[in-house]
Structure formats: C-alpha cells, structure tokens
Design a protein around this ligand. Structure first.
Ligand code: SER
Length: 319
C-alpha cells in the first residue's frame, strides 16, 4: 500500500494525527516529517520520522519517491499570531510550502489534505451562521495565505487533477502539543494554568466568541473527509466544520464546575483581540454534514471533562 506523508508532524495537529493514522493504517505506512527534530519521547509512536523542509521541492519529491507516498497531510504552517509577527516568513512557509507540496502531488499522483481555518474569513464576512460560500477578505497574513491556499487547492483539483481536499478548522483544543502561537490558543493554555495554578490571565476579552473543536473530532474529520466518496463531494476544499462556540468567560465557568476555586482575569493583547474580532463567532457546517456526514462528538462540557482528566494525568506525572 502506498504510504501517507505528514508534514508538520510535530505541531499541534500532527502530534495527534500521526498516532491516529498509524493506529488505523500501520506504523510503517505513515511517514512523519517536520523541520524540527522530535524529542527523545516525541510521542509520535513507532514508525518512520524524517527531517523535511517542505519549501524545498527537491526534498518533498525525494520523500515522496523514497517512501512511495500516495497521500499527503500537509500541516506545516505558522499560526495566526506568529504570522502577524513574521508576515514574510509566514507567506514563504504557509503559501510556498503548499505550492511545492501541491506540485509534487500533481507530479506523483498523490491525494492531499489541507487544513484551512476560520482565519480565512475577515471583518466583512457574516459573523453568525457564517455560510460555506461567503465573503472572504481576511486582514491577517495567516488569513490571506489561507484564502489563497483554498483557491490554489481548488485550482489543482479542478484543472490539474489533484485529489486535494480540506477543512476550515476552528480553534483546536488539545492536550498533546503545547499551545503554539494561535489566537484561539487561550482555550488550550487556560487548562494548563487552571490545573497548575488555579488561575489564568486571558489575552482575549471575556466576550470574545469563537468556534472551537476538541482534537479527537478534528482528527476524525480529517480522516473521514479523505475517505469520503468523491462522488458526493460538491465542495472538495475548505469545508466549514465546527463543534462548539464559546467565550473565555463561558469556558472559565465550565472549568469552575470541576475546579470551583479557578479564577480568570484579563490582560487583553490588542493584536490577538483584533484578529479574533475579524473572525466568525459561529460558522455553518451544513455542507460538511450533507456531503460527507460530518458530526462532532464533543461539546464544551465533554471537552472540558476530558481535557482536565487527560491533562491532569499528564501534568501530575511530570511534576
Ligand atoms: N487556531 C488557529 C489560530 O488561532 C486558527 O486557525 O491561529
């Protein structure tokens, strides 16, 4: 069987997608790659790990040839807040990396998964019930690259025959990789701080409402989309998906149901607040539900219970 290549395997999504793919398809069938080196207990499980700079087309070609790759999950990218600090580097990696990986997918007949984001929307997009097909004029470098990436994936699918598929993911909540420079990362960091200190200072306003999803749902969505019957897919790329929508103060209240003494205060970062203000508050994922049967399993209560349980176990084991 042709192997699956994952770029950005040590990032927030990759560190959970790789073990899930390996559990389903076998350890040797999944080639994990990243520009960083894994730590000794990297957590990706048994199976090949390779160093890969996906802005080098030669390196991507070599990897695809060497491992007889048939499908690529292209996850390597900078998140929104980091991309605002380093817009040139973000364009080079987020756009340049995708372009080269799409080219190699075309040359070698690989399928490709691309994670777009709620960041692909902007201040002129309807913020409630954000439709699948709507205005996309983002004002961040992260968003500009995501919209261009969605269009490039569509182009490669329609005109160049690449089986490119993708999701617009909301903020992802997870306990494996530490928070890494996203605007929605407050919803990850808050759990670490709640367990360690019973207190969190939030960089978004108490009423900053954003779409979110627990990582097990996101991983399942990615794998299910790539396995979906292409005959049913009217859209291929950039499916809106969501599981819940909440504000920092609502999340804090949910955590307080488990840790009654938990306290939150606010020191708003204007850059990240402006990014959040330009994103939807609740997106409509009807197309994903209709075209490939998307349905989330974790709401806010279930996510909070599982996060506190899993992260609590992990932090206790390391202290
Ligand atoms: N979670 C991402 C971020 O905040 C959005 O896709 O950057």
């Amino acid at each position: 069987m042709a192997r699956i290549l994952v770029t950005g395997a040590l990032g927030q999504i990759g560190s959970e997608l790789v073990p899930a793919l390996r559990a389903q398809f076998g350890s040797e069938s999944v080639v994990a790659t990243d520009i960083r080196r894994p730590s000794a207990n990297g957590g990706l499980g048994a199976g090949p790990f390779e160093h890969l700079d996906c802005t080098s087309i030669r390196q991507v070609q070599e990897m695809v040839r060497r491992f007889d790759v048939g499908g690529i999950y292209h996850l390597a990218s900078l998140l929104s807040a980091v991309a605002e600090e380093k817009p040139q580097a973000a364009w080079e990696l987020n756009m340049g990396g995708l372009y080269r990986v799409l080219e190699v997918a075309r040359q070698y007949g690989c399928a490709l998964f691309f994670p777009s984001s709620i960041g692909a929307f902007g201040p002129t997009t309807p913020r409630q019930g954000t439709p699948q097909d709507t205005i996309q004029r983002p004002t961040t470098m992260y968003g500009v690259a995501k919209v261009a990436s969605e269009l490039l994936c569509d182009y490669y699918a329609l005109r160049l025959g690449v089986d490119a598929r993708g999701l617009r993911l909301p903020g992802l909540i997870s306990h494996t990789a530490p928070p890494g420079g996203g605007t929605t990362d407050y919803a990850v960091d808050i759990f670490y701080q709640a367990i360690r200190y019973g207190h969190y200072t939030c960089f978004l306003r108490p009423d900053a409402r954003l779409d979110m999803m627990y990582m097990p749902d996101a991983i399942r969505a990615m794998i299910e989309l790539m396995a979906a019957d292409p005959g049913r897919l009217r859209h291929r790329n950039a499916f809106n998906v969501t599981a819940m929508s909440f504000t920092p103060e609502e999340l804090a209240a949910e955590i307080r149901r488990h840790i009654p003494e938990f306290r939150i205060d606010y020191d708003v970062d204007p850059v990240r607040q402006a990014i959040a203000d330009s994103w939807p508050q609740s997106i409509d994922d009807g197309a994903a539900r209709a075209e490939w049967g998307w349905a989330p399993a974790y709401d806010l209560a279930a996510t909070t219970t599982d996060m506190l349980d899993k992260l609590g176990g992990k932090l206790n084991a390391t202290t």
